[in-house]
Design a protein around this ligand. Structure first.
Ligand SMILES: *Cc1c(COP(=O)(O)O)cnc(C)c1O
Length: 367
């Protein structure tokens, strides 16, 4: 294209794309080719060969010329059978739980509406608020990453949010918040409280047992962190009255035929994922112990498949860059002047990956 049309495309974009969108940034995904990839909380393990073979046989008869079941009924049945949601809760599926966060905000957010969350937390709550024209209010955690329940309840009273998002366990701080504090939050909030249990398989803690008690409670889950990040499937459980509204703002066939069949198949082999989780948890304990022994760092407890640590007597940016130079990709959370000052986050990988990370890290913190 000529310079002329470049310029006029810029002008037209300025004229027509909403300011809220123009001021957003595209979700950054780091280049990871050839690296030890510990930046995105992926399960490092693949399926046993025999399982892959059976899976491909299940895919064979799928009718890709037909639209998928809009409600993913078979998959829902499987999720109930696996005991993941109570029988009396309704369920809606999303193309990843990210899409469900968007569906919630399309339904309850928008101009003049506020959503609230303790921060730092999962960045998509604020990003999706921005793209749906919803105001986002973040209530800071305490210095030790625990919930400041008084500040949170004050925020709820002041802003009367349409929805409060609580990641439980929280990303990027890796911890579970106080259960009684969350129960108080649900009681005091007039709007929705979405408990995002993306890491539930690593923690055992859940609020699903509270669904029957609170009509403003929703539980959000994903299959990503247990080992199906590439599949893109999330589910949201709660009262049918809410979910009926959400179905209206969900695109009709958002969960494709292959995802429905694959998730159904995977959940029949839930024990395979649980075994992988056991290995990850064993590694998590080992990684934390070694991190703890590095006196330049402060480590924090984890109820997830990642660890967060703070460079007290070292330079987080330099360490991140040094790891990258050695083809180890973690997440740099460092934001001077915030709760995440000096913080780095690493997914728990395979033993040899963690070993490489820890060896390199102990060299770098001593430089
Ligand atoms: C990773 C993550 C998600 C997003 O999961 P997808 O299903 O892959 O979209 C949601 N919430 C939290 C807290 C996460 O860490």
């Amino acid at each position: 294209m000529s310079d002329q049309s470049d310029r006029s495309a810029d002008d037209r974009v300025t004229a027509w794309v909403r300011g809220a969108v123009r001021s957003m940034e595209t979700y950054p995904v780091a280049e990871a080719q050839g690296m030890i990839k510990l930046d995105a909380m992926e399960n490092p393990y693949q399926w046993p060969d025999e399982m892959v073979k059976t899976w491909t046989e299940r895919l064979y008869p799928l009718e890709l010329n037909r639209y998928p079941d809009p409600y993913a009924g078979k998959l829902l049945h499987r999720i109930r059978k696996a005991g993941l949601v109570p029988d009396d809760a309704s369920v809606i599926f999303g193309n990843g739980s990210d899409e469900l966060i968007q569906i919630v905000m399309l339904a309850v957010g928008g101009h003049g509406r506020t959503v609230l969350a303790p921060v730092p937390t999962f960045v998509m709550y604020e990003a999706i608020a921005a793209m749906t024209g919803t105001r986002f209010v973040g209530i800071p955690l305490r210095g030790d990453f625990t919930l400041d329940i008084d500040a949170l309840l004050a925020g709820v009273r002041e802003h009367d949010p349409a929805a409060v998002f609580v990641a439980y366990p929280n990303n990027p701080t890796a911890n579970l918040f106080d259960r009684d504090a969350i129960l108080a939050l649900i009681s005091e909030t007039r709007g929705l409280v979405v408990i995002d249990e993306a890491y539930h398989i690593f923690s055992d803690a859940t609020f699903v047992d509270q669904l029957a008690r609170f009509d403003n409670l929703l539980i959000l889950r994903t299959l990503s962190k247990m080992g199906l990040a590439g599949l893109r499937l999330g589910y949201l459980a709660g009262a049918v009255q809410w979910l009926e509204q959400f179905h209206k703002v969900r695109l009709p066939y958002n969960i494709n035929v292959v995802t429905q069949a694959t998730a159904d198949f995977a959940l029949r082999h839930y024990d395979v994922f649980q075994d992988q989780v056991t290995r990850i948890l064993r590694e998590r304990a080992r990684v934390l112990k070694i991190l703890d022994s590095l006196e330049q760092l402060t480590t924090y407890p984890s109820d997830t498949n990642f660890v967060i640590f703070r460079c007290d007597q070292c330079d987080a940016d330099a360490i991140f860059a040094g790891l990258l130079q050695n083809e180890i990709l973690i997440k740099n959370l460092n934001q001077p002047g915030t709760l995440l000052q000096g913080c780095l986050r690493s997914t728990v990988g395979k033993p040899h990956e963690n070993e490489t990370l820890l060896n390199m890290l102990s060299l770098l913190v001593n430089q």
